[in-house]
Write a protein that binds this ligand. Sequence first.
Ligand SMILES: Cc1ncc(COP(=O)(O)O)c(C=O)c1O
Length: 399
Amino acid sequence: MAAISKIATGNGHGENSAYFDGWKAYEANPFHPVDRPDGVIQMGLAENQLCFDFIEKWLMEHPEASLCTAEGVNKFKEAALFQDYHGLPEFRQSKIRSEWIVMSGGATGAHEILAFCLADPGEAFLVPTPYYPEFDRDLKWRTGVELVPVVCESANDFKITIDALEAAYEKAQESKLQVKGLLITNPSNPLGTFMDKDTLKNIISFINKNNVHLIGDDIYTATVFTEPEFVSISEIIEQVECNRDLIHIVYSLSKDMGFPGFRIGIVYSYNNAVMNCARKMSSFGLVSSQTQHLIASMLSDDNFVDEFIDEMKQRLLKRHKYFTWRLEQIGIGSLKSNAGLFIWMDLCKLLKEKTFEAEMELWRVIIDDVKLSLSRRMDDFSMSPSILSPQSPLVRART
Ligand SMILES: Cc1ncc(COP(=O)(O)O)c(C=O)c1O
């Protein structure tokens, strides 16, 4: 057989890693209350399914938003012929569009575009732990960039400290890795917490001092369901001195609206050169004009958006309260959180011993016997067992 590329034959995608084992177990035997009562329940996926009744009602009331209805068909030809990576004019005019925005295939596409624009192969981004495991695929696989963990400890609720940032920066330098940026997810997947103003200010001062970029993944912004109020990086840079060329935001409608299948992502950057390149790269993963048309109509309906977000927050809060209360009743603690689609559970006392091997064994029992697919801490980043804190390991599950 003729040889094919290293990327095609290698395991950079990570599909053969333990992270995907839970997914595979679920796919092989998905739970169904009648047909497969002994099937696996998928709780390791961050899906927001709480408000589809709201969306479906809006769709019924707005047939003109779809191009495949009598009311919408007059826009069909225009949309079918549309090919411009700046996006449909009505999408540009809706809430999430301005000239500083480039569209991408979900946040996944946005992250890869930024990795390509900001770093060369072999250069690195710092990422606070624990982090969304697929960053290893999204940022590294095709770009050749590296991720260096900023080790955050459960002992102080995984707060990102200047010391932790400096330590990771030094470690990267010792490994001869050129650090090009810091990637933060706020609110955090998998913790369900968000950063306070001081932490964000520290982060801004760190990136300015070291002249490295900041990628802010904001895709869980609307899922904050209780006080205090969420503050985003774009608000903080209005308040402190900052070189805005270093700031880049990733957003998508996969979590806040619950539309991962529509692949609606954006890069929002203050840096002209980055935007210029990102715009050219976006042609590899554009959002279909049909989807743009539908979403632009939906997001232009201010009443709907406000009601949807209010209702979603209430339903998330209710689910979160119930879930953590039931966990407490059976003696399982969880990290205090007020955002996202996760619960960070402490299953420490179920371990035979505090090692990664024991954690893996427990996780296997949870999949094979309890039939729950959860994400494990150990998958979330590369760390040595020696830094396991007494709280570890913690496992997250979808609410
Ligand atoms: C923090 C984070 N970033 C990015 C993504 C990918 O999102 P998308 O479906 O928009 O590509 C996810 C999905 O779970 C996520 O949790």
